[in-house]
Design a protein around this ligand. Sequence first.
Ligand code: RUB
Length: 267
Amino acid sequence: MDLKWRKKKFGQIVNDIKKIKIQGARNVAKAALKAYSLLPKKESQKILLHSRPTEPMMKNVLDMAEKGMPENKILGHFIEAQNKINKSVFKLIKNKDIIFTHCHSTNVVNALIYAKKKGKKFEVYVTETRPLFQGRKTANELRKAGLKVTMFVDSALGIAFSLGVKKVFLGADALLKNGIINKVGSNLIAEISHAHKIPVYIVADSWKFTKENVPIEQRAINEIWDKAPKNITIKNPAFEFVNKKYLKGIITELGLMNYSGFVKRMV
Ligand code: RUB
């Protein structure tokens, strides 16, 4: 593969990450690893990390690659972690549960599909997740696996929670010492769950953990309102922080733990 081709392919991957054609922490980390393997140098890392700044797993994986961990070992970790996560999620789901989720998380969706395949009978409520509608991706994948899915506009959260939600499963982009970062809206969901005494579980690969500060990505305003009139300030944060006090537990490849117990294992 000549350098020109590798540069072109690298640029395509970066673009797909920026435009959310590749989305979700795990998919972003995998794509970044592939891009880095095409042009393995410091500059590539910088460009990749800049493409989605709220993704510590991408940073962790690029650091491992730089230190010489083979690509197939890193990819193998994702598969093994998911398999372990699936088993813990399976144990938590009860027949007739209504599970609520938000956005699109590979860790969450794969675990729900696994539980369905292994015979659990439950249904899923999902938000549409404005402005980029990643909830549609979730709904489609779950529907194809034979799960009953109901979609709500993000602002119908209160109504959705009055209809019998039993558990909330959220993915995560960053696992921090005092809580997590996930798609904007996650904190509102956590607060409403808390008010209704519905448990919130984070379903995430432990490689999303970081001790560093994680900036919240601010995305282009035209995602919210294309050609908006001038003099209106529009804010488009992609993610938000959820304090650990709202979390009943976290499911990683290390098992189901309370959040503080998980952090103790990671530091
Ligand atoms: C996706 C999102 C997901 C996490 C976890 O946001 O917030 O919940 O990334 O995903 P976006 P995964 O669509 O902006 O990338 O479980 O796939 O790692």
